[in-house]
Design a protein around this ligand. Structure first.
Ligand SMILES: *Cc1c(COP(=O)(O)O)cnc(C)c1O
Length: 411
């Protein structure tokens, strides 16, 4: 990034997070090494300071001393705040102009300036680029945008998104994200309560497809913990069952995890697209006769095309009888759990071993926000083995404000 755009980016973040610009008149120049040293000193001072003294100092705002590294202000922009504010205002105004000016890819490539130049761009040029991005993009928050999976704008969610973008935390350790880690814990706890489990564990993933794949991985791990060290070499032929109307991510996950798409048995559905429990039972018997090992049933709560809810109680009954892991793909329909009127569609979900639930669909959290929730927390599956990815923050940006609000609002 060139200096000019770097400064503009900083200006936007700075305005959002602090609402001002630091005084650059008595700028000190620092090297990264120097900064580390200063930082250590700061911590030392903080540690030795009397608590009451700290509280008093924080009441009177102090002037920020800018820190320069290689000619760039590290703790704030040098650009004019007024210009920065105007820039943000202009961009915000453009966001809601129309649903989209649609262009096929060949034309759009001509209309946009996509060249990555080594020289910088002026602020005017950057504003023009923003204008193009907005003009030719689909505005999913526009009142006239409709989609079967998501649409609209939730203001609490948007506010939370601005917060997380401005604070830009990574939530892999408590040290860098104290607040967000606790928020994540609280949101997962609430979602686990909605399912009806007394306890559980969970993680946020980049999408329902990844949540489904992780669930498949956990199910296999429960039956064959050796898979962690021995890989696929020590395994028999494993079979999983899901309805013919399931999401395509099931097949992808089976292929990705080395289970094989031929070992996904699709169970017949009724006229409404719901899995037929007797057919499930029949397919399990068939797999056993073939000498294969059934390990997982995936029920869908809200199928992608028809919006069908599989009969969870009857499916859970079969899983319990055969000792199979029950995963519920509630990526779309899971949000019905916060509705008193509609939650009976998922009756029996508390009997599942794992649930995938996307708040970015019917709860209107920011994309991508998907939780994988697991009932068994005793072996802390997710820590030992479970997840190929660190919990994503995207999920939190919306759930931070949205879950508590929605739980109070939806009836
Ligand atoms: C949307 C959806 C998924 C996939 O979710 P992504 O977040 O798009 O990966 C999986 N299953 C069902 C039933 C869905 O509706």
């Amino acid at each position: 990034m060139d200096q000019q755009s770097y400064k503009i980016a900083l200006a936007i973040l700075y305005i959002m997070s602090f609402g001002g610009t630091p005084d650059t008149s008595n700028c000190e120049i620092h090297t990264p090494h120097n900064i580390l040293h200063l930082w250590k000193e700061d911590i030392h001072v903080m540690k030795n300071r009397d608590r009451r003294d700290t509280a008093q100092k924080e009441m009177t705002p102090s002037k920020k001393i800018p820190v320069l590294v290689d000619g760039v202000v590290l703790n704030g922009p040098q650009t004019d705040v007024k210009a920065g504010e105007k820039f943000v205002e202009e961009v915000c105004r453009l966001v809601m102009e129309e649903v989209c000016e649609w262009q096929p890819p060949e034309q759009l490539r001509q209309l946009l300036d996509l060249e990555m130049r080594d020289t910088g761009e002026s602020q005017d040029k950057l504003l023009r680029l923003c204008r193009d991005v907005i003009h030719f993009s689909v505005k999913t928050n526009h009142p006239r945008f409709f989609n079967q999976l998501y649409a609209g704008l939730d203001y609490y969610s948007l506010a939370a998104r601005i917060l997380t973008e401005a604070l830009n935390p990574s939530i892999y350790t408590y040290e860098v994200s104290p607040v967000f880690l606790l928020v994540e814990e609280a949101v997962l706890k609430k979602m686990i309560e909605c399912i009806g489990w007394k306890e559980g564990d969970g993680i946020f993933n980049p999408g329902g497809s990844v949540s489904n794949m992780c669930a498949m991985n956990l199910a296999r791990y429960r039956y064959y913990p050796d898979v962690k060290e021995k890989g696929l070499s020590g395994l028999p032929r494993l079979i999983l069952f899901t309805s013919a109307e399931c999401h395509y991510s099931m097949k992808k996950a089976a292929s990705f995890l080395g289970i094989g798409t031929q070992n996904v048995y699709f169970v017949e559905t009724d006229g409404r697209g719901k899995m037929i429990p007797e057919e499930l039972e029949r397919r399990i018997g068939q797999a056993r006769q073939e000498g294969a090992v059934p390990f997982l049933v995936c029920a869908t709560s809200g199928t992608t095309v028809l919006g069908a809810f599989d009969p969870l109680d009857e499916i859970a009954e079969i899983c319990e009888r055969h000792g199979l892991w029950l995963h519920v793909d509630a990526s779309w329909g899971g949000s019905a759990l916060v509705s008193r009127k509609h939650r009976q569609l998922l009756h029996g979900i508390h009997r599942a071993d794992s649930v995938a639930w996307n708040p970015h669909k019917m709860l209107m959290a920011g994309i991508q926000c998907s939780a994988l929730l697991v009932k068994d927390k005793t072996v802390s599956f997710l820590l030992i083995f479970g997840n190929p990815v660190n919990s994503t923050l995207k999920c939190l940006e919306a759930t931070l404000l949205l879950i508590p609000c929605r739980l109070g609002l939806i009836r």
